[in-house]
Write a protein that binds this ligand. Structure first.
Ligand SMILES: [Zn+2]
Length: 247
């Protein structure tokens, strides 16, 4: 297909990301979205073709849309315009949020459905304590007028836990979004497992959470940007399964 070098690279990265989400069990039939900004085209975004499974997404069948969800150029597939509503709101108002995902994984939805949300009871949860925003459920998120409240509730955070619904993770880059989604998913899975044991959970103190968050950057592979090493590793993993996402 005809597009700029930069757009093709963004298409490859996003298609890989859909396949990785699928491999990790984070896909939701043909629903939910991961969206990215096209780097060299103002007001253009890439999103999944509506009606395809994440395992069927390829670089060339991703759909290019404007901020209102209208298709730019042509596409064999429609987009879930209603589902893009909340992504559009964040992309429009948060210029650092080049990559956004929203998922309905069982563990993250379960934690979003708990009154206290994510609890400081495991290693991964400590990454996020004090850094998550919450937004009360108002019904399916398709009304633009909810946008102002989504943005107000997000405030200065980059992860919005939609109560009774699921998380939205926003980041400057796709690998950064991915690695935060990965750790959040692990935190939620472990919380679900812990609370299911019927014994009191061991809560981690604020002091230890602060130390954990201060030292977290030491975990990154030296000289790399957040998530890049993880994302590249998972790209190799999906390549070993099937390289059709590169089409
Ligand atoms: Zn949703």
């Amino acid at each position: 297909m005809e597009c700029s070098e930069a757009e093709w690279q963004a298409r490859l990265d996003l298609a890989a990301c859909y396949r990785i989400f699928d491999l990790l069990g984070w896909s939701e039939s043909v629903y939910n979205h991961i969206s990215v900004k096209v780097p060299d085209e103002e007001g253009a975004f890439l999103i999944n073709p509506y009606g395809l499974l994440y395992s069927e997404v390829t670089a060339s069948n991703l759909v290019k849309i404007d901020i209102d969800g209208n298709i730019i150029g042509s596409s064999r597939y429609p987009v879930n315009k209603a589902g893009f509503t909340q992504h559009a709101y964040f992309h429009r108002h948060l210029h650092w949020a080049n990559a956004i995902c929203h998922v309905h994984t069982t563990a993250s939805m379960a934690v979003c459905s708990l009154e206290e949300g994510l609890l400081p009871i495991n290693f991964y949860a400590c990454n996020f304590i004090g850094r998550l925003a919450y937004h009360d459920f108002e019904g399916v998120t398709v009304r633009p007028e909810e946008g102002a409240r989504l943005l107000a509730n997000l405030d200065d955070k980059n992860i919005l836990m939609l109560r009774n619904h699921g998380p939205v993770v926003l980041a400057p880059t796709l690998p950064s979004m991915f690695v935060q989604m990965w750790a959040l998913q692990r935190a939620c899975e472990i919380q679900v497992a812990t609370l299911s044991m019927g014994r009191p959970a061991n809560f981690i103190s604020d002091d230890v959470v602060a130390v954990h968050q201060r030292d977290l950057k030491e975990v990154r592979v030296p000289g790399t940007v957040p998530g890049a090493t993880d994302f590249a590793a998972w790209v190799r993993r999906i390549d070993r399964i099937d390289r059709s996402w590169r089409d």
